[in-house]
Design a protein around this ligand. Structure first.
Ligand code: NZQ
Ligand code: ZN
Length: 388
């Protein structure tokens, strides 16, 4: 195991009706004038927004609002949010929605206290401060409620880049599984895929002797594989949603990733797809991840075989472990297909003629140095092959 520092200061408030106490949590974490940030309107249609505003009002907290965050959140709205925070002297940003809303809120929170262009943070400039952020999560997926990351699409050029800082970890996150009961089935499936991908990005490591985090990842994968069909069959199943929601947080706040190298090439390869074609991040991962696995399997067949045996219950072939490894990849693909996830480039609306461009952007962009990944180091040519 490698040395690590793990800082995860977020206060998690989990369970039924907890959003009714949001005002008290904003107050506790120093907010008195809030920006409420939300997406395309699901939180208004569900009645959640009324409860949020009532709770803020009860605590005497004033607010301004900015809705309209699109999935794969755009830079344009972040600029608007930053301007609004400055004009209205906002001291707390409250995200009500999914990963896209939370990421947009994080970019605004950091940008409001930064004199330059917020996009600098997405080109490697460290974030040194941010307004405090609170979240009310409405979908189990990206894990942004516990993560230090935010991913934004730059509208000039349509490419996606992340920024990363402990200043972006929410002060509090309210997780009420009942709020996820209105998520459409396709989005639920995309969320499940993303959660599993966050675990797999950490599983494919070059670090030896990481038994605790290996077992945590395998355990979470097993739990998600058990709960996913229940949630898909009946989105009103509170207990299944509760397990999925907490798995989504655990998969990405990095408790399973400490002390080991992590790969993340599949995410970077996917981000070019969701930026360019506006497909859902999880759907893009369902296509990219198995292709990445097949391409890189030779770097450590026994790790793939271990996953296949421990998580998918495959028989170990000691003479030809690559057969076991392949069986595991097939099982993963079949599982995602059973949820209704795509398996091909064409299903994402992606075009073969864009492959070279996306591969170049993925590897070079403005912050990357020509290669992706740590489990297997990939250059633009490898990435193009994976897309193909
Ligand atoms: O916009 P609204 O109307 O709210 O509708 C959303 C959106 O259309 C809908 N939805 C969410 N909760 C709902 C609901 N509809 C009905 N009832 C509810 N309770 O679902 C759609 C998708 O929402 P979105 O926020 O885009 O989903 P998700 O949480 O999967 O976030 C995806 C974004 O997160 C980024 C992705 O790249 C993508 O841009 N990621 C962020 C990460 C992070 N910050 O740590 C890590 C991830 O790897 C990922 O890259
Ligand atoms: Zn993801």
């Amino acid at each position: 195991m490698d040395n690590f520092v793990f800082y995860s200061p977020t206060c998690f408030v989990f369970g039924k009706d907890e959003e009714n106490h949001v005002g008290a949590y904003v107050r506790r974490f120093g907010g008195s004038r809030v920006l409420i940030h939300y997406g395309g309107g699901s939180v208004i249609r569900s009645g959640l927004m009324v409860r949020v505003k009532r709770s803020l009002a009860e605590e005497g907290i004033s607010f301004v609002e900015l809705g309209g965050v699109k999935p794969n959140p755009r830079s344009g709205l972040v600029y608007q949010g930053i301007e609004l925070c400055r004009k209205e002297q906002v001291d707390f940003v409250l995200a009500v929605g999914g990963g896209s809303v939370i990421d947009s809120a994080k970019a605004i929170a950091a940008g409001a206290l930064y004199e330059g262009d917020f996009w600098d943070h997405h080109q490697g400039k460290p974030i040194t401060k941010a307004l405090p952020i609170g979240t009310i999560l409405t979908i189990a997926a990206a894990g942004s409620e516990g993560s230090p990351n935010c991913v934004i699409t730059k509208e000039e050029g349509m490419y996606k880049r992340g920024a990363n800082s402990d200043h972006l970890r929410p002060a509090f996150s309210i997780l009420n599984p009942a709020l996820t009961q209105t998520v459409p089935p396709y989005q639920i499936a995309c969320g499940i895929t993303d959660i599993m991908a966050h675990l797999l990005e950490r599983y494919f490591t070059t670090t030896a002797d990481v038994e605790v985090t290996d077992r945590l990842i395998e355990g979470l994968l097993l739990a998600v594989i058990k709960e996913a069909p229940r949630v898909m069959a009946d989105p009103s199943d509170y207990q299944a949603q509760a397990n999925l929601m907490w798995a989504g947080m655990m998969a990405h706040n990095n408790s399973c990733g400490v002390g080991r190298t992590q790969d993340w090439a599949s995410h970077y390869i996917e981000h070019e797809l969701s930026a360019l074609y506006d497909c859902a991040h999880g759907a893009g991962l369902a296509v990219v991840f198995p292709a990445w696995m097949t391409y890189t399997m030779g770097h450590n067949v026994s790790r793939f075989a271990q996953l296949a045996v421990r998580v998918w219950g495959c028989q170990m072939d000691f003479t030809h472990p690559e057969n076991t490894a392949r069986a595991g990849i097939t099982a993963l693909k079949q599982f995602w297909t059973s949820l209704g996830m795509p398996t091909t480039f064409a299903e994402l609306g992606a075009k073969p003629e864009d492959i070279e461009h996306m591969a170049r952007l993925a590897c070079h962009g403005d912050v990357r140095k020509g290669s992706l990944g740590t489990f297997a180091k990939l250059d633009a040519e490898d990435v193009a092959k994976i897309y193909r």
